[in-house]
Design a protein around this ligand. Structure first.
Ligand SMILES: [Fe+2]
Ligand SMILES: [Fe+2]
Length: 478
């Protein structure tokens, strides 16, 4: 610590022990903010390590509910059978909580007389439209066999591989569907937690290493989180968690001719540059890192936590938590907790391409696709909507209803609410790429959705202009 830094500490009313003189503090302003938050007026080496290394310096913690630890499985037919059985059985359990009366297996239904009222939990193996009457024809299956179901009411939208309760009347070796029940999430009551304001920030798709990375806006964010920018300091002072939801770097060879748009051409260099920013975030804030399709890992989901070989520098961050994609955690401050489900969002693009009314991929389309995922209780319900690894457990099943469901990947920003669960898509930190230009995709750049843990209220902050301000596009008022 040099003389200038010592003087800055003194002028802020902080006395230091001689044991502190040899330590180096790269971000003195951020450090002073941290000392003030912790009411420190005398600093020795033990307290320095406690605070600066982020050890026991806060009352916040991350409790892991679901995290893929990296087990692998070959894409063999037997593994796919196990994988789909696990998915079917877990979704069946969720559905049976909603309605378990009068359920029949498909084998039983086959033996029932014509015109019987029947009800069954099934997986939809194919969806087609009849050419004449435009009815929807479903091939359905369960553990006992397969059958057909026919939907005559075009309002009932159903997708391949969804698991649902179908009820209707048996006629001519098919079920004429009267009702479909989706597993869907449970209603989350809006409860004000007994706590002070505490904020979670959602960032994703930083794409460090790209020439199009908006470094000046990201620098502005780092200054803001260190209290150096006055706007919304009521938030910056009280941030407890930063969620970084994948595509942390631009990667290499992800799309054709990407190298022409790279400023840093090696993966380690890209993560090192990200580290140089994240290391300046006050250590009392927990940073949760997960990965997307641009990061240095396999693309099949679930994706394991960041690879230590490439992201070695990030592992030096004492306040970082490394998790898989997807993951589910409780974010805890004191006695209060928020259940967060985080998924990079790869399958969203599939549904935007597949369902004509969602091809614009604006905030509302993304919101509707996120609702399909929650309604299906699965992050990629249709096989082929993302690349999968056939593990014995399907990590993409949504076992618990989250308080917040956060995604990224689309480079659009969104904050909304569905049945009491806050929906977030966290924009990006990269200007429009040539690839996006080709497909007419205009990104929302440098926006940060913010959720207050106390009451789950949300807003979006914009770091792109001269000043930090709120951003209304993509924000659905509560
Ligand atoms: Fe991205
Ligand atoms: Fe992505």
């Amino acid at each position: 610590m040099d003389e200038t830094q010592l003087n800055i500490l003194f002028s802020n009313g902080i006395l230091v022990d001689s044991s502190i003189k040899d330590v180096n503090i790269p971000d003195i302003e951020g450090f002073i903010k941290l000392l003030k938050e912790n009411n420190v007026d005398f600093l020795d080496i033990d307290l320095f390590h406690k605070l600066y290394d982020g050890e026991a310096s806060t009352d916040s913690s991350v409790e892991v509910i679901k995290n893929y630890e990296g087990e692998i499985s070959a894409a063999k037919p037997a593994n796919w059978v196990n994988y789909f059985n696990d998915r079917f059985n877990r979704l069946k359990t969720i559905l049976m909580v909603k309605d378990r009366s009068g359920l029949l297996s498909l084998a039983n239904i086959k033996n029932m007389p014509q015109s019987s009222d029947v009800k069954s939990i099934v997986m939809v193996s194919s969806v087609s439209i009849s050419p004449v009457k435009k009815y929807t024809i479903l091939d359905i299956e369960d553990n006992t066999g397969s059958y057909k179901a026919i939907i005559t009411n075009s309002n009932q939208e159903i997708l391949e591989d969804q698991v649902v309760i179908i009820s209707g009347r048996k006629y001519n070796d098919a079920i004429f569907v009267k009702d479909i029940v989706f597993p869907d999430i449970q209603m989350k009551e809006k409860v004000k937690q007994e706590m002070d304001d505490a904020f979670i920030l959602f960032l994703s798709d930083i794409h460090v290493g790209s020439k199009l990375f908006v470094e000046d806006a990201f620098e502005k964010f780092i200054k803001w989180i260190n209290g150096e920018i006055p706007e919304y300091s009521n938030i910056s002072k009280l941030v407890k968690f930063i969620v970084l939801n994948g595509d942390l770097i631009d990667g290499i060879g992800v799309y054709p001719d990407q190298e022409k748009e790279l400023a840093i051409t090696d993966l380690k260099g890209q993560y090192d540059k990200l580290y140089s920013f994240l290391d300046r975030i006050p250590k009392n804030i927990k940073i949760i890192l997960s990965q997307g399709n641009h990061d240095a890992t396999h693309i099949a989901e679930p994706q394991p936590k960041l690879d230590k070989v490439f992201a070695e520098s990030l592992y030096k961050l004492k306040n970082a938590v490394f998790l898989s994609n997807p993951y589910q955690v409780n974010l805890i401050v004191g006695k209060s907790k928020i259940n967060l489900l985080s998924y990079h969002g790869f399958s969203i693009t599939y549904y935007a391409n597949k369902i004509p009314k969602y091809t614009k991929m604006d905030a509302e389309d993304i919101e509707n696709i996120m609702k399909i995922q929650l309604k299906s209780r699965h992050l990629a319900p249709t096989h082929g909507s993302t690349q999968l690894m056939p593990l014995t457990r399907d990590y993409l099943v949504i076992d618990e209803t989250p308080d917040i469901y956060a995604t990224g990947h689309i480079h659009k920003t969104l904050a909304s609410i569905y049945k009491g669960t806050v929906l977030i898509n966290s924009s990006c930190w990269q200007h429009q790429t040539s690839y996006q230009k080709k497909y007419g995709m205009v990104p929302d750049v440098a926006k940060i959705p913010v959720v207050n843990m106390r009451d789950k209220s949300f807003q979006i902050l914009d770091f792109l202009g001269d000043k930090v301000q709120t951003y209304k596009k993509g924000l659905k008022e509560e």
